[in-house]
Every structure is written in structure tokens, then in C-alpha cells.
Design a protein around this ligand. Structure first.
Ligand SMILES: NC(=O)C1=CN([C@@H]2O[C@H](COP(=O)(O)OP(=O)(O)OC[C@H]3O[C@@H](n4cnc5c(N)ncnc54)[C@H](O)[C@@H]3O)[C@@H](O)[C@H]2O)C=CC1
Ligand SMILES: N[C@@H](CC=O)C(=O)O
Length: 347
């Protein structure tokens, strides 16, 4: 049994979900997974920070009020976010990075990942910015420092997609994919079909922990664009940048559009897709498409996501599951930690 010391950077829905899972399940993980986690530091722009090399009480952390500077209420805590100190000096073996996704330059999350990897710490992250914009650099940095850099939750939350395709589809030859890759926008479309207004549906998605800090990223397709870049580069060996992907969202769809579609046996879905042509070039897009109800993606509703990989040997292989959610995405971090444990145990 191995105990990993972990520091949490960003303590919003996802890392708080991880603290909750640690509080509830650490004992069973010892037996089931051969590992346990000890939280040695937490830092958050809004809540402040806390560090304890002997370990913090995960249940107490998970219950911390979401008020400005709340860590100052705990013994040894501070209202200031000492990100660099927590990453470099908490003694953590693993850094769980879950701050805001910045779709423009991936910062400051990319710097947090760099600090950790350069210091010989494994990184698990659900943040799409560093992966869509700086994956090659960060993977190379991890390799040079003999540590792992894992990011399963950056696409489709806790639903296994990246690792599943990487580990089980080699040889099947993936030629492209299309999918519903944003929980918030799919939830909004589903709720609008039930008669809710766009604004109320977005508000509900925020309450449920699905939406980005700025939900424009969800409904304008920018979040899906990052995920399309990540999947295309990981699985189609593309070298796409965000600017290579034409992108539009669901904001121009009116309640009348949604109703008209329903009356003609169709549904609007926000689809991210990429295809490799015979010459090897990969083209990708994000757009709202009108799907016939018989289309395999038409029945995917709420915050559920699905992606269909087109393969030469198997035809379409479709994976479906949660695309957002606090605990669901915290599970993605756990799956990354399990992957690290397997890799470390092999050495
Ligand atoms: N919530 C979800 O369903 C999913 C979220 N993600 C990604 O995971 C990450 C975290 O998501 P949530 O926890 O839902 O977001 P959140 O908005 O609930 O929490 C993010 C936290 O990061 C903190 N933060 C922001 N900038 C910081 C900085 N410079 N230094 C320290 N702390 C900082 C904020 O104060 C906030 O508490 C985001 O990048 C998101 O895109 C990925 C998949 C699913
Ligand atoms: N805001 C995103 C969260 C996961 O990446 C979504 O709604 O899918």
C-alpha cells in the first residue's frame, strides 16, 4: 500500500469533490486500489491557502464555507493564496490542478503545472487550457523529470475517453470523431426542450457545478473547441491549434427553433468533430447541428456527453457518460492518480 501526499490547487467544485471522496473512501482505496491519499496543502485564489506536512482533515476541508479567505478560519490557514509555496514546499508527491480554464493562454494553470513538474511532482489536472495549448511542452517536461502528467478529466469529465482510446484502440485506426462534448450546453438544450428559458437553464447548470466560471465558454462552443483540439492532437496525431477549429455555439438558437425541431422529429445538438483525410490532414469544427431523432447522438440528454470514434477496423465506437459534475470530475482525478500509481509501481 502506497500513501501519496497530494496538494490541491484551486478548491472549487472539482477539488472539493476530490477532498470529499478522500474523506469518504480513503480506507476502501487502501484495499481496492493499494493506495491512499494524504492532503498536505490546498490553495485557492478566493479561499486562501493552508499547508500541513502531516496531513489535513479531508472531511473538514470538504465542508469549508465558500467565503472569501475561508482558510484563515482553520489553524495554520491564511486568507492569501500561496500557490507557489504550496506547489513547491508542501512536500506533495502529486499536484491536483483544478483552477479556472483560460482558453487564451492557459495561464496561470500552465505555470502551476510547470512548477510542479520541474520540482519532480506528478500532475493531475482537469484544466483544458494547459492541455489544449501546451500539452507537448508539459509532456516533455514530465518525461525529463521522470514524473507523470495526467489529464483524463479535460475531456468528458470522469467518463474514460482519452485513456480508453489510447490504450484500447491502437491498431483499429481512428480516422475521426464526432461528439457532444459539453455538459452545460447539452443540459441547456435539454431543459429548453422542456420549456425552460435559456437564462434559467444556464443558471441551473451553474448551480449544479457543470458550467465554467464564465458560462459563455460553454454556450459559445469555446469549451468544446478546446476539447476537440485535445482529442484530435491526442488521438489523430494532429497538430491543431485553437484557431484551426471553426467554432460557433448554441446562443443563436431560439425557443422557436427548438420547438420547430421537436415537431419535425429532430433535435439541436452542439457537435464537436474532427476528420483525417486520405492525405493525413485533420480538419475540425464545433457547431450546433440539427440531428434526426434516430441519430445515435440525438438521445444524449442533460449533462451526459458522448463521442463516436470512427475507426477503420471497428466502424463507430461510441462512449457515453457524464460530461460534467463535481464528483464525476473528481473521479477523473482519481483515475489519473490510479494511472500514476500503476506507472510508479511498475518501476
Ligand atoms: N466542473 C466540471 O464539471 C468540470 C470542470 N473541468 C475543469 O476543471 C477546472 C475546475 O473546475 P471547477 O472546480 O468546476 O471550477 P470552479 O470555478 O468551481 O473552481 C475553480 C477554483 O479555482 C480557483 N482559482 C482560479 N484561479 C486561481 C489561481 N490563479 N490560483 C488559485 N486558485 C485559483 C477559484 O477561486 C475557484 O475556487 C476548470 O478548469 C474546469 O474547466 C473539467 C471537466 C468538468
Ligand atoms: N463546463 C464544462 C465542464 C467540463 O469540461 C461542461 O459543461 O462540459
Amino acid at each position: 500500500m502506497t500513501e501519496y501526499k497530494i496538494a490541491l490547487v484551486g478548491f472549487g467544485g472539482v477539488n472539493r469533490g476530490l477532498a470529499q471522496l478522500i474523506a469518504e473512501r480513503n480506507q476502501s482505496w487502501r484495499k481496492e486500489l493499494g493506495l491512499s491519499l494524504k492532503i498536505v496543502g490546498v490553495t485557492d485564489l478566493f479561499l486562501g491557502s493552508i499547508m500541513a506536512r502531516d496531513g489535513l482533515d479531508a472531511a473538514e476541508l470538504a465542508k469549508l464555507p465558500s467565503s472569501k479567505g475561508a482558510f484563515a478560519q482553520l489553524p495554520g490557514g491564511s486568507a492569501e493564496a500561496f500557490n507557489e509555496t504550496i506547489i513547491k514546499q508542501s512536500g506533495a508527491d502529486i499536484i491536483a490542478e483544478a483552477t479556472f480554464t483560460n482558453p487564451v493562454d492557459g495561464e496561470p494553470a500552465t505555470t502551476f503545472c510547470r512548477w510542479a513538474l520541474e520540482g519532480g511532482k506528478h500532475v493531475v489536472t482537469t484544466n483544458k487550457g494547459p492541455i489544449a495549448l501546451h500539452a507537448d511542452e508539459l509532456k516533455a517536461l514530465a518525461k525529463r523529470n521522470g514524473v507523470c502528467f495526467e489529464y483524463e478529466g479535460s475531456v468528458m469529465s470522469g467518463t474514460p475517453v482519452i485513456r480508453m482510446a489510447r490504450e484500447t484502440l491502437p491498431g483499429a485506426v481512428i480516422t475521426g470523431f464526432e461528439g457532444i462534448l459539453n455538459g452545460t450546453s447539452n443540459y441547456v438544450l435539454t431543459r429548453m426542450e422542456e420549456g425552460l428559458s435559456f437564462a434559467d437553464a444556464v443558471r441551473k447548470a451553474q448551480e449544479l457545478g457543470y458550467a465554467e466560471a464564465d458560462p459563455t465558454a460553454d454556450v459559445e462552443g469555446h469549451d468544446v473547441r478546446l476539447k476537440v483540439v485535445i482529442l484530435a492532437n491526442e488521438l489523430l496525431d494532429a497538430k491543431l491549434t485553437v484557431n484551426d477549429v471553426n467554432c460557433s455555439g448554441i446562443t443563436s438558437l431560439s425557443p422557436a427553433d427548438i420547438e420547430r425541431a421537436q415537431q419535425s422529429g429532430e433535435r439541436w445538438k452542439l457537435i464537436g468533430s474532427a476528420t483525417r483525410n486520405a492525405a493525413g490532414a485533420v480538419s475540425a469544427s464545433v457547431e450546433a447541428r440539427l440531428l434526426d431523432n434516430s441519430h445515435p447522438l440525438a438521445g444524449i440528454s442533460g449533462a451526459t456527453n458522448a463521442v463516436s470514434f470512427n475507426t477503420e477496423l471497428l466502424g463507430a465506437v461510441t462512449v457515453s457518460g457524464p460530461g460534467a459534475g463535481r464528483i464525476e470530475t473528481a473521479f477523473a482525478l482519481l483515475s489519473d492518480i490510479v494511472a500514476i500509481h500503476k506507472s510508479v509501481s511498475k518501476k
